[in-house]
Each structure stands twice: as structure tokens, then as C-alpha cells.
Design a protein around this ligand. Sequence first.
Ligand SMILES: Nc1ncnc2c1ncn2[C@@H]1O[C@H](COP(=O)(O)OP(=O)(O)OP(=O)(O)O)[C@@H](O)[C@H]1O
Ligand SMILES: [Mg+2]
Length: 259
Amino acid sequence: MAIVISLLNHKGGVGKTTSAINIGAGLVEQGKKVLLVDLDPQANLTLSLGIPRQKNSIYESIRGESELDPYHVKENLDVITSSLDLSGAEMELINEAGREYILRELFVPVAEEYDYIIIDCPPSLGLLTLNALTSSQYVLIPLQTEFLAMQGLAKIKQIIDKVKFRLNKELELGGVIATMYDSRKVLNRDVVDTIIKHFGEKVFKTMIRDNVALAEAPAQRKDIFAYSPRSIGAEDYLNLSKEIIQRTGAEVLAGVESK
Ligand SMILES: Nc1ncnc2c1ncn2[C@@H]1O[C@H](COP(=O)(O)OP(=O)(O)OP(=O)(O)O)[C@@H](O)[C@H]1O
Ligand SMILES: [Mg+2]
């Protein structure tokens, strides 16, 4: 049964999509089977992997017009694509019964096929994000190590707590990812200190360093392991995905099963 993880932060440009793609690809590097879900109407994840508009994107599935229709990217890596049409979904579903659980139900038939489902959330806290949280066991928060990184975090925490209380008891803050980190910058180091003071053990030991290869890979329609396997971006996302496997218990469970 797949472990479902959402990448969440309503602040834009903090590394949600970059992390979703490259954590997913990092998990694949370690033999896991992964489904990436692009839940953002900007469709950045879909476009970054060079996937053309599919007949059945997440939009059609959320409207109830099709099952989830994974696009096969490479061995062990599939994607549920998005499209700009998704921007209308929140309004269209406003009066739908059970509207917070649509994605969760869509996952039921595919969950057995994957080890991990990774959801790239839009930079907002609307109904799409709510659907992601209702479907997930873990939420990961990428924080850019810049001024104002922590701004708005109280709101995220509040939403996670509310979803946990009302809609999904299983939901847990799986961790905080420091992104675009440059150890030469005093400000970056100070922000990391603040993040660690606030979140303690929840902060992943692996920090994602500022690395131009991570910004270039989408232009080549590739994940970091396909684009530049020796880059520090690949090193960081591989280490991060190892930590994620440890934290989410997939390895532990696999060990139990094999005994
Ligand atoms: N570690 C990094 N080093 C250098 N550039 C990065 C790094 N992480 C992300 N970027 C770049 O920063 C920009 C924003 O990243 P990304 O799109 O992943 O953020 P996002 O949180 O998904 O944004 P949005 O809120 O718009 O969906 C992109 O151009 C991306 O290529
Ligand atoms: Mg994004």
C-alpha cells in the first residue's frame, strides 16, 4: 500500500515542485515505485518532465469523468498530470458532497501499485490542498532559507491540525525541508538556525543546497538524476529521499514483510 506524502507551502517558489520531482526520482533510485501527482493548475511538475497535455489529467478525474490515468515517465516513475483547466476545479466543486475526499477516493484503485505517492500542491490553501492533506499520511514543508521563510507557517500548522482533527486522523507533519541553502550566506545560516529552533527534530538533516543544475533540469525536461547525476542537487535529493524512507517506515515495514 502506497505511503502518500504532500509537499505543502502556500508561499510560492519555495521548492515544492522541485522537491516533489526529485524526491520522487530519488525514491526511484532506491528501488521504490513512485506515482507523482501534479495538483497545481500551473502544471509545473507536468511541464518540467516534458509531458504533453493528456486526455485524462487530474482535472478530468476530480470532475469524475475518468479514473486516475498515470503517464509512464520511466521505469518505476509515473505521473498524474495537471493542466490549466484545474484552476476552475475549486469553484466547480464548491457544492459537491464529500468534496474534501475526492482525491483520497481516486487513490484507492492505484494505491496497491506504488510504494509512494507524492503530491505537488499549489501555492494556496484551498480545496485542492485540502484534498491533498485528506489523502496523505505525511506532509512535508519546504522552506526557502531566506528572509520571511517562517512567515505564514502558523497558518499551515493550523490547517494541518484542523485536517487531522476533522478529516484525516492519520496525517502527520513528516518533516521540514530547508531549500536553496547557501552556506556562504550568513542570512541562510541564520534562517536555518531559526527553522531548527522552531521545528527541532522535524527538520531533515539533509538541506537542499542552492544548485543551478536543479534549476536547469526542468528546461531539459528531466529530473536531477537523469539530467546531472553527479551534481550536488542529485546528492542532496538522494540523501533526503533516504531520510524520508527511514522516517516513513517503508524500509522497516519491508524488513518485517521479508522475514
Ligand atoms: N535548490 C535549488 N537550487 C537552485 N534553484 C532551485 C532550487 N530549488 C528550486 N529552484 C528553482 O526555484 C524556482 C522555484 O522552485 P519550485 O518551482 O520548485 O517552487 P514551488 O514552491 O513549486 O513554486 P510554486 O509555489 O510556484 O509552485 C524554480 O525556478 C526552481 O528551478
Ligand atoms: Mg510548484
